[in-house]
Design a binder for this molecule. Structure first.
Ligand SMILES: *[C@@H]1O[C@H](CO)[C@@H](O)[C@H](O)[C@H]1NC(C)=O
Ligand SMILES: *[C@@H]1O[C@H](CO)[C@@H](O)[C@H](O)[C@H]1NC(C)=O
Ligand SMILES: *[C@@H]1O[C@H](CO)[C@@H](O)[C@H](O)[C@H]1NC(C)=O
Length: 281
């Protein structure tokens, strides 16, 4: 039985060799030279055609995309509101834990705030002081815009987040998401931030920095990443002076002003932000 197997294996090997290279018929893998040439030409043309089709499609797409303005803008042209620092879990939403005795927790939040602050602290070349209460104006079409300066000293005590956090009076920083061309306010009145306990939750007293609570209209509109590379968003800091201890308090901060929509029922982040704060003793 074993000898029979061996001869079968030898036969197979010879068949394979013949298939690989048949010197009688001059065939490689069962095909002659002419057949190989034809099949090669076919595939070269086929793939060249596919590549050309891909390139043409991309080219046509790129022609329709403008770098400055999205062509297909979301129908919702009212901005969402977001906070820093922001601890986030998919199931629980935004949560910030204030635990002054745990240095690791303090450091974690401080690194988030410092990252957020770094944009405002950079050596600012293309920044100018803009006049309060006036919209930004484009000086030239197709030219880069200088950013309007936002000096972190406007945030008062909250410009030093670590001190406040260690005191158990954490600061939370509120901003609106950037939307190209969005113009809030009504020309004279800037949007304002206000925070309360969500659905009557007790959050204790709060203070605002700057105290006028304004996101000044001089920072609007935003012209997009091509023309507004140095853009700085206005921020309002909210300090929680006496959070109830050892419980999660739901906070709702709203940005109110002309043309800012708030969806009371469905969207937690449109025109407002809802998050939970917990101060641990
Ligand atoms: C907290 O930890 C950082 C390093 O992560 C350290 O530099 C700092 O001194 C610590 N602060 C306190 C109060 O322990
Ligand atoms: C911010 O304001 C402070 C005092 O008001 C000033 O000393 C500082 O130079 C300003 N920073 C910038 C970047 O303008
Ligand atoms: C803008 O809104 C404020 C109230 O929010 C109002 O007092 C003011 O008259 C409005 N201005 C214009 C130009 O509509």
């Amino acid at each position: 039985m074993s000898s029979q197997n061996k001869s079968t294996f030898g036969d197979r090997l010879n068949e394979w060799k013949l298939f690989l290279w048949n010197s009688n018929k001059n065939e490689f893998l069962g095909r002659g030279g002419k057949s190989w040439a034809l099949i090669t030409i076919f595939y070269v043309i086929f793939y060249a055609f596919l590549a050309a089709l891909f390139c043409i499609t991309m080219w046509v797409m790129l022609q329709t995309i403008s770098e400055a303005k999205p062509r297909y803008q979301d129908r919702v042209s009212s901005p969402g509101v977001m906070i820093r620092p922001r601890g986030f879990s998919q199931s629980k939403g935004i949560e910030v834990t204030v635990d002054p005795k745990k240095n690791a927790t303090v450091m974690k939040y401080m690194s988030m705030v410092n990252e957020f602050f770094s944009r405002y602290q950079k050596e600012q070349h293309d920044v100018k002081d803009c006049k309060d209460g006036e919209y930004r104006k484009r000086l030239k079409e197709d030219a880069e815009m200088p950013a309007c300066s936002f000096n972190l000293s406007l945030l008062g005590d909250c410009a030093d987040p670590e001190r406040e956090y260690r005191n158990g009076t954490p600061c939370v920083y509120i901003k609106m998401n950037k939307i190209i061309g969005f113009i809030p306010g009504n020309g004279t009145h800037s949007p304002q931030v206000s925070c309360e306990g969500h659905k009557g939750a007790d959050i204790g007293p709060v203070s605002y920095f700057p105290s006028n609570k304004k996101l000044d209209i001089k920072y609007f509109p935003y012209f997009g990443s091509k023309y507004d590379r140095h853009y700085l968003q206005p921020v309002v800091a909210v300090r929680f002076e006496n959070l109830p201890l050892n419980q999660k308090s739901a906070v709702e901060c709203r940005v109110t002003g002309a043309s800012i929509k708030i969806d009371e029922n469905r969207d937690k982040y449109l025109g407002r932000v809802i998050f939970r704060l917990q101060r641990i003793d």
